[in-house]
Design a protein around this ligand. Sequence first.
Ligand code: PEP
Ligand code: MG
Length: 598
Amino acid sequence: MAFTLHGIPVSRGIVIGRVHLLASAALEVPHYLMVVGEIEDEVSRLDEAIATVVNELYQLQSELPPNAPAEFAALVDLHRLILQDPLLSEEPGRLIRERRYNAEWALTNQLQAVVEQFEEMDNEYVASRRADVEQVVERVLKVLTGSAHSLSTVAAEAEAEAAAAKKNGTFEDFDPMIVIAHDIAPADMLQFKKHVFAGFATDLGSLTAHTAILAKSLDIPAVVGLGQASRLLEQDECVIVDGEAGVLIVDPSPIVLDEYRLRKRDLELANEKLKRLARMQTRTLDDVSIELHANIELPDDCEFANEVGATGIGLYRTEFLFMTRDSLPDEDEQFEAYRRVVTSMTGRPVTIRTLDIGADKTPNAARAEFGPGVFDTTNPALGLRAIRFCLAEPQMFLVQLRAILRATAFGPVKLLIPMIAHPQEVDAALVLIATAKGQLDARGLAYDRAMPVGGMIEIPAAALSLGMFAKRLDFFSIGTNDLIQYTLAIDRTDNAVAHLYDPLHPAVLQLIAQTIASATRLGVPVSVCGEMAGDPMLARLLLGLGLRQFSMHPAQLLAVKYEILRSDVVACEALAKKIVAAGEPDRVRVLVDRLRAA
Ligand code: PEP
Ligand code: MG
């Protein structure tokens, strides 16, 4: 029977294929009592299952391709640490011994107890780790129950099927495989890269969950938050994952299938056409030149940035270099990474952002070095994050500043300070930059003495008092992701308030408009590097607000370029003014639609 499920689109594109059901996180586990003589064997069975998963996680980490997203290794690490915590590695054993539970029962019983403890904790960060604990337990349960539905088993089967189809000459007709699961652990996402899966859909998830972030970076159509998909669907059923609209169409009729085949083809053709824009200059219809920079997390990302013709790196999130390891990278290692980015961009400017750790981006290494208490506070997004943390740890900050300065000897580099709110933060950072320069002078090392220093405008206070920062800095970059979070008091990682996270809220638009206008008036270059800059639907609005420099994930760059090439700045300005003055969100949306259609 045909039906449609609606969820959250997290990764664009359309795929038509066959369902591969992955066992639900809430696996139905057997419950029975052990007889006394079997108890120690049962404890060993559980210990072996845990050891198997720990080994799997080590192996997964050792097999990570160099271009794997940086958060990925950190998450694999986190899952291993969770599993090795006595709460999971020892407590279920006690339940087997004292209550005679079978291993699966003991483990799920303990999971329930841990989840309840998490729920009682008044700590957002800890609460958000609950899903990680559930995913780890599910892995162990899969080993215990010998479930044939683990992602790697499905992947191996899928590969074998694809190989057989190829051999028989039927590969053309071979259906892409779509994984349907209750939830997918970020660790399992790597299988999507290695194998032949073409998309995925899950019951749980939100736009900002780790799994969604990884899906975007892997560029496979994905929809999450579908509620009951894994219960309602059957193995091998035909489905369409529409990553554009966020829907999953089950057992589609021939008419719907034909329609989607056409849409898919259109999307593919459109993507092919977009590729032709990569080498074109970005000029509007009325001949205004626009810079389109790329956001990157790792030096390897420069390849994609170059492929799409980025005119520079507008945001290099250096904290990802710190995410995948147990100790902080030293000056030489950081310098090597920064130098690689600079040389890869062959003379185009590279904006290196200093460490933005804290809140949802806290590397294990930083926890180990500075203690978890520094980061796991009640409101980490309002705590010792980004420049606040760097100024609290000046020795660590100086290491990064020297590494960035050394990279300036290899091409144009700008240094960007995240999360500024107070002028004294900028003053202190500038003093430390001068100190780092002095240290390099003493070592006789070359660097660009005139390296521009800019600030992220992502806290409303900074947007509202731009003048005092303009006196101190050479450029601004608006971080709309955090600007929205802090303006609307919405935790950008909290699923429960995701529906209130609104880039078109009149207050957000006023802050952006005011920042661009003030910076322009003060003669300080300004760009936008938050997600808004990569949304083609908003390109004309930003143009109309006076933005001339955009920075976004390379995957979005050509679609934004396409919008800009067919826009007239003067026409955009008139409507953008009306949008900012509109006041009511509904009116804003109507006008934004009109601007896009103009
Ligand atoms: C932002 O806040 O908009 C931004 C670009 O920085 P990040 O997403 O890394 O916080
Ligand atoms: Mg930010």
